[in-house]
Design a protein around this ligand. Structure first.
Ligand SMILES: Cc1cc2nc3c(=O)[nH]c(=O)nc-3n(C[C@H](O)[C@H](O)[C@H](O)COP(=O)(O)OP(=O)(O)OC[C@H]3O[C@@H](n4cnc5c(N)ncnc54)[C@H](O)[C@@H]3O)c2cc1C
Ligand code: SF4
Length: 585
C-alpha cells in the first residue's frame, strides 16, 4: 500500500473521524488507554507555523494581512442578501472564503466555499479542513458550563435537561485544564464555575474601570479565560508558554502553540504512544454497518486528492467531524437496517440545532486616556469576559436564558479608530492620539434549541468529492431577537455607568452561524425517542458508535463550547475504553 499508512486488512480498535478539538481529545484518551486507533482527517497537514507567521508585522505582509487579490471573503451583506450556495456570483474570485477567511494568515485553513457548498437558509458556516480543524484559529475563550445550563429546563421549563449534572463533568473539566492549560482568575460564580487556572493576564486601565463600575451593579467582568498555557506544560514538548508577543488579536493562531490547538496539544502526544495512525486527506463519506449485527463495521473514505475510495474496519467508530459535518455523515450513512440514516431511529439527527446569537455590541472611548503614551495591550490572549447576568436570580419579562460579552481595550498591533475622518499627517495624529483609549465589547447569547431548526441532505447539490451537501432550515426566533434588543440596552447602560464616551452602539443581529459555535444536531438524553446519544455520547441505536463533538449538546448555554466538548469527550472515551475491554461493544 504505497499511498497509505493505513492497514486496510486490520480491524482497528477505533476509527476517529476528524482531528479538531473532539477528534484530538478522543485520540489522546483512547491511545492512553492502549487502544489501536486510526484517525482520518479530510484536510491536509499544513506547515502551520509558516501559515500563521505570528511574528510578522502588518507592514511586512504584501497585503497588510488581508487576503490576496485573487480571493474574496463573504461580507455580512453578502451572506444576508444572497442565498446559499454562496459560490454563484463570485466567479471573478479564484477562491471564495467565509467571513473569517478575510486574512492572509488563514487563507489555507478555512475551506473554499465553492468546493464545499451548502444550500437552504442563510448561514455563515465557517469550516477549517486541515489537521486540527478550527482549533488552529479559534478565539480560545475557554469557559465551563454549570447546572444553570445542564438543568436549564428546571429553571424555566423550556427544552430538555441534560442527562448529566455539573458534578459528572467537573472532574473532566479539571483534567482538561491540567492537560492543556488555561489562564484566568477565580470568581466563585455558581453559573460560571472556575477552572484550575495558570497565571492570568492583566486587565488594563479602561477594563479595570469597567470592572469596578460593574461591581456596583452586581455584574462581573473577569480576565479573558483563555485556553492558553501561560506557565508552560512540562508534559508537552510541542507547546511553549505564552510570551505575550502581540499577534493574538490578529486572525490566525499561535505559532508557538501557547494557545491550544489539537495537533500539538493532543494528536502529536497521542502519536508518541505508538498507538495512533493518522491519515490526512481522507474524507469519510459513510459509516458502514454489519447487516448481521446492526453494529458499525468501519468507514468508507475517499482520498481528498486522488479521489480513490477505501474501506477500513474498526471495532468502534468515533465521529468527531464537527457538529454539522457529523450530522451530515450520520444522514449519509443510510442502509437497509437504517433507512433514515445511522443512529436516527428518533428522527432527531440534524435537529435541535443551536448556537449563539451575535451582533449587538458597543464601542466607547475613555476620555482620560486620549493622548496618553501607548501601552502594550495586545501582548495577551484576550481582554475581558463580562459574565451572564440575565435570568439568574430574577426572570426577565421578555426572554429566557442569558448572554455574556467579550471585549477589550487599549493599544493594539492593528490600531482601533482608523475609521476617523481626515487624511495625511492630521489623520495619523488623530489615530495615534485616540487608539489606546478605545474600549469595545460584543455579546454572545444562547439560541434556543428547537426541533424546527435543522439540517438535512440536499437532494441535488454535491461537494467537490461528489458527497451530498447539507441543506439548512435554520432561523433565529423571537427569543433571540428580544434578547438582542436587551444586549444593546444593557451595553449602553454599562458603558454610561462607567463614564465612557459612547462612539457606537448596535443591536444589529449578525447572520446565523456567525458565532462559529454550532451545536446540538445529535443531542444526548435518557429517552431514545427524543435523543440520539446517551450521556456517554454513545448512540442509543448502535452501541459501538460514539459522536463526541458539539452535536451532543442539549442546549447551547451562552458560554463558548470547546472546553465542554473536550471534557465530555474525555468522559465518553474513558467509558468507551472500559466498555470495549469488558466486551460490551
Ligand atoms: C475564528 C474562530 C474563533 C473561535 N473562537 C472560539 C472561542 O473563543 N471559544 C470556543 O469555545 N470556541 C471557539 N471557536 C469554535 C471552536 O473552534 C470549535 O468549537 C471547535 O474547534 C470544535 O471542535 P470539533 O472537533 O468539533 O470541530 P473542528 O475543530 O472543526 O474539527 C473537525 C475536523 O473534522 C474534519 N472533518 C469534517 N468532515 C470530515 C469527514 N467527512 N471526514 C474526515 N474528516 C472530516 C474537518 O476537516 C476538521 O479538521 C472558534 C472557531 C473559530 C473558527
Ligand atoms: S499572545 Fe501568547 S497565545 Fe497569543 S499568539 Fe502570542 S504567544 Fe501565542
Amino acid at each position: 500500500m504505497p499511498d497509505l499508512e493505513v492497514n486496510l486488512a486490520k480491524t482497528y480498535d477505533a476509527v476517529i473521524i476528524g482531528s479538531g478539538a473532539a477528534g484530538g481529545m478522543a485520540a489522546h484518551v483512547l491511545t492512553t488507554h492502549g487502544l489501536h486507533v486510526l484517525m482520518l482527517e479530510a484536510g491536509k497537514k499544513l506547515p502551520i507555523e509558516q501559515e500563521l507567521r505570528s511574528m510578522e508585522w502588518p507592514y511586512d505582509n504584501a497585503n497588510r494581512g488581508a487576503l490576496p487579490p485573487d480571493s474574496h471573503s463573504l461580507s455580512f451583506n453578502e451572506y444576508t442578501i444572497r442565498k446559499p450556495p454562496y459560490g454563484a456570483g463570485f466567479e471573478k474570485a479564484k477562491h471564495l472564503k467565509s467571513y473569517i477567511g478575510d486574512s492572509d494568515y488563514v487563507k489555507n485553513i478555512v475551506v473554499d466555499e465553492r468546493e464545499n457548498p451548502f444550500t437552504g437558509t442563510n448561514y455563515a458556516w465557517v469550516r477549517a479542513r486541515c489537521l486540527g480543524g478550527k482549533t488552529n484559529i479559534w478565539g480560545r475563550l475557554a469557559l465551563r458550563l454549570s447546572d444553570y445550563d445542564f438543568k436549564a429546563k428546571d429553571r424555566d421549563g423550556y427544552g430538555e435537561n441534560w442527562p448529566i449534572s455539573y458534578s459528572d463533568i467537573q472532574p473532566y473539566y479539571d483534567k482538561v485544564d491540567l492537560y492543556l492549560g488555561i489562564t484566568g482568575v477565580k470568581e466563585n460564580l455558581p453559573y460560571l464555575p472556575d477552572s484550575i487556572f495558570q497565571r492570568p493576564t492583566k486587565l488594563n486601565c479602561a477594563e479595570l474601570t469597567l470592572k469596578q463600575s460593574l461591581q456596583k451593579m452586581g455584574r462581573v467582568a473577569t480576565q479573558y479565560r483563555a485556553g492558553v498555557t501561560s506557565d508552560g506544560l512540562k508534559h508537552n514538548k510541542y507547546r511553549s508558554r505564552c510570551y505575550g508577543r502581540g499577534a493574538c488579536e490578529r486572525k490566525g493562531g499561535c505559532d508557538i502553540h501557547a494557545a491550544f490547538d489539537s495537533p500539538t496539544g493532543l494528536i502529536y502526544p497521542a502519536q508518541d504512544t505508538g498507538n495512533l495512525t493518522l491519515r490526512t486527506n481522507s474524507t469519510v463519506r459513510e459509516i458502514t454497518v454489519d447487516p448481521n449485527t446492526g453494529k458499525a463495521s468501519g468507514v468508507h473514505f475517499t482520498d481528498s486528492q486522488t479521489m480513490k475510495d477505501y474501506h477500513v474496519k474498526a471495532k468502534v467508530v468515533v465521529v468527531a467531524a464537527s457538529t454539522l459535518e457529523s450530522a451530515r455523515l450520520l444522514l449519509l450513512s443510510k442502509s437497509r437496517l437504517y433507512p433514515n440514516g445511522l443512529a436516527n431511529s428518533s428522527g432527531h439527527v440534524g435537529h435541535n440545532f443551536c448556537e449563539h446569537v451575535m451582533g449587538p455590541g458597543i464601542a466607547g472611548k475613555v476620555k482620560d486616556l486620549v493622548g496618553k503614551p501607548p501601552t502594550l495591550d495586545d501582548g495577551r490572549p484576550g481582554g475581558f469576559y463580562l459574565t451572564r447576568f440575565r435570568n439568574l436570580a430574577e426572570k426577565h419579562p421578555k426572554f429566557i436564558r442569558g448572554y455574556g460579552f467579550e471585549g477589550s481595550s487599549g493599544s493594539a498591533m492593528f490600531p482601533r479608530g482608523t475609521d476617523v475622518h481626515g487624511f495625511g499627517a492630521s489623520f495619523k495624529e488623530e489615530v495615534r492620539k485616540n487608539q489606546g483609549a478605545y474600549i469595545g465589547m460584543g455579546a454572545f447569547g444562547e439560541v434556543l434549541s428547537r426541533y424546527e431548526n435543522f439540517v438535512d441532505l440536499d437532494p441535488v447539490v454535491k461537494d467537490k468529492w461528489g458527497i451530498p451537501a447539507l441543506r439548512f432550515h435554520y432561523k433565529f426566533g423571537d427569543n433571540e431577537h428580544r434578547m438582542a434588543e436587551d444586549m444593546k440596552e444593557t451595553a449602553q447602560e454599562m458603558f454610561e455607568a462607567a463614564g465612557f464616551e459612547i462612539m457606537y452602539v448596535s443591536d444589529r443581529v449578525l447572520t446565523e452561524g456567525w458565532s462559529i459555535h454550532e451545536l446540538g444536531t445529535a443531542r444526548m438524553g435518557n429517552d431514545p425517542k427524543t435523543s440520539v446519544l446517551n450521556q456517554f455520547e454513545q448512540s442509543h441505536d448502535v452501541k459501538n458508535l460514539f459522536v463526541v463533538d458539539g452535536s451532543a449538546f442539549v442546549n447551547a448555554s451562552c458560554q463558548n463550547p470547546t472546553w465542554t466538548i473536550m471534557s465530555l469527550c474525555w468522559r465518553s472515551c474513558d467509558y468507551l475504553a472500559d466498555e470495549l475491554k469488558k466486551g460490551n461493544l
